[in-house]
Design a protein around this ligand. Structure first.
Ligand code: NAD
Length: 294
């Protein structure tokens, strides 16, 4: 199987590197900046001029783009994958986007014989580099088996249902991650203001009922050090929370905690923190109380 890889960002670049190093012949292209594509070429990938060209050359094309708009542009827009696809080709979309957008894309491409796998990921840039991502796969079982060796070069695959269900599971994860992160910011603000040491709070709560994995993911290296180099950009988490809110409106599900989380991420973004790691939102929330977690 030959592979196309589009979206060489914080996640895509290390994921594509694993694919190339696993021995898959890989084609890529670039958007605005060439550096990431050139770095992949140095490992053996071939850089071509457009997504359409990638779709002509590769059997299975992976996309991992910021969100719905970019995914639509790359799959269906001018010079897009759609222009290069022929029957039997595979689109594996790993973007955190909405199920409805992916289903629309499937509606446009499936009648032309393109097969679609939904495969968003969790595990961050560290998991991307180590090949330990959790891959939430939605789609046909036989197609998933065909793609399994490729996907397993990037992480552990869990089949969660049909096309779109990967997106659903990923958005639920993001809602929980966002709320857990902000809970740390708010609770630590009170603890620190009341005299507790943040390292003590971490080590005790790690063994107690208030623990969440988010503490391990975003206290050391980020909140405890006051260092917010992404990682996962705050504006991308804001986007994920908004995807959850939009999908909940369509389904008539009230999201009280997620609504507040969305407002905090919007306020932190408006305060200039959109390109920082998303953990900056917890520091921003603690900052409303005049407390520094670091
Ligand atoms: P990023 O902004 O670092 O990378 C996005 C990449 O897409 C960039 O290289 C950009 O050049 C490229 N791109 C944008 N528009 C394009 C277009 N029209 N054509 C071709 N390329 C285009 O984002 P990221 O952190 O790598 O995240 C990518 C996706 O993965 C997002 O949906 C995000 O929510 C999700 N995600 C991120 C993390 C994380 O920790 N960073 C973890 C899990 C999931």
């Amino acid at each position: 199987m030959t592979v196309g890889f589009i979206g060489l960002g914080a996640m895509g670049a290390p994921m594509a590197e694993r694919v190339v190093k696993a021995g898959f012949r890989t084609f890529t292209t670039f958007h605005k900046r060439r550096e990431a594509a050139d770095a992949l070429a140095a490992l053996g990938a071939t850089v071509v001029d457009s997504p359409a060209e990638v779709a002509r050359l590769a059997d299975a094309i992976i996309t991992i783009l910021p969100a719905d708009a970019e995914l639509e542009e790359v799959t269906l827009g001018k010079g897009s994958l759609a222009e290069g696809f022929s029957p039997g080709k595979i689109l594996i979309d790993m973007t955190t986007a909405t199920a409805s957008t992916l289903l629309e894309i499937e509606g446009a491409l499936a009648p032309r014989g393109v097969r679609i796998l939904d495969a968003p990921v969790s595990g961050g840039t560290t998991g991307a580099a180590a090949g330990t991502l959790t891959i939430m796969a939605g789609g046909d079982s036989a197609l998933l088996e065909e793609c399994r060796p490729l996907l397993e070069s990037m992480g552990r695959v869990i089949h969660v249902g049909g096309v779109g269900q990967g997106k659903v599971v990923k958005i639920v994860n993001q809602m929980m991650a966002a709320v857990h992160l902000l809970a740390i910011g708010e609770a630590f603000a009170l603890g620190i203001r009341s005299g507790a040491d943040p390292h003590t709070l971490y080590s005790v709560i790690k063994e107690s009922s208030g623990y969440s994995k988010m503490m391990d993911l975003r206290l050391p290296g980020f909140l405890l050090e006051g260092s917010f180099k992404p990682g996962f950009k705050l504006d991308l988490m804001k986007k994920d929370v908004n995807l959850a809110l939009a999908s909940a409106r369509g389904q008539n599900v009230p999201l009280l905690l997620t609504s507040v989380a969305g407002s905090v991420f919007s306020a932190a973004s408006a305060a200039g923190k959109g390109s920082d790691d998303f953990s900056a939102a917890a520091a921003f929330l603690a900052g409303l109380a005049g407390v520094e977690i670091a």
